[in-house]
Design a binder for this molecule. Structure first.
Ligand code: ADP
Ligand code: MG
Length: 184
């Protein structure tokens, strides 16, 4: 649902590797939108609580992230896309899209990144359990939709995303189920 006719605020979230950056970058041009990559934004603004010593990465301060992105959203008159696996912790979206991907396919994508095996497994488990989708739903409710991208090309995911934004299609949270990966 749109807050006003002139501007739609879209969050694109999901486990690392599902295709958020790819889809958001294409979508930006299709709907003439500003694009905010959450991780880069947090880096630029220094929105960190500290460093996770074990895992070696900066822990993003979600309260500050939400505050700062809200200020930015208010400043920008155009459509705006917030992209990143923490975007669903931000405020005031019109639509939240969770990209999903079968863990077996995700595994091969994450293996191409320089992730440790524990980080790969952590992400596969998160995807199988639908963590991003359930977190997003708990925070934002029915404006959250999820797309199973497993057998779709980038173009097809993009088309579905645009139809969701236009209100022509609806993919309620709860229809994607990768739990069999956990028990197999
Ligand atoms: P994220 O931003 O969610 O971590 P990326 O957009 O970086 O994911 O995509 C991870 C990899 O998967 C990239 O190599 C990208 O080209 C590829 N990819 C993304 N979407 C698709 C798709 N629908 N089909 C095939 N490959 C895809
Ligand atoms: Mg990305």
């Amino acid at each position: 649902m749109k807050k006003s006719d002139s501007k739609t605020v879209i969050f694109i979230t999901g486990t690392p590797g599902v295709g958020k950056t790819t889809i958001a970058s294409c979508l930006k041009d299709k709907i003439s939108s500003e694009l905010v990559k959450i991780n880069e934004f947090a880096d630029e603004k220094g929105l960190f609580l500290g460093k996770d010593r074990e895992k070696g990465y900066n822990i993003i301060d979600l309260d500050k992230l939400s505050e700062e992105t809200e200020k930015l959203i208010n400043q920008i008159p155009n459509n705006i896309i917030l992209e990143g696996h923490l975007s669903h912790f931000c405020s005031k979206p019109d639509i939240v899209i969770v990209l999903r991907l079968q863990p077996a396919i995700l595994e091969s994508r994450l293996m191409e990144r320089e992730y440790s095996s524990s980080k790969v497994n952590e992400n596969l488990e998160a995807e199988a359990l639908g963590i991003c989708a359930s977190e997003a739903y708990q925070i934002h409710g029915d404006i959250v939709q999820e797309i199973d991208t497993s057998n779709l090309t980038v173009e097809e995911v993009l088309d579905i995303t645009i139809q969701i934004i236009k209100g022509k299609k609806r993919f309620k949270v709860g229809n994607v189920d990768f739990l069999d990966w956990v028990i197999s």
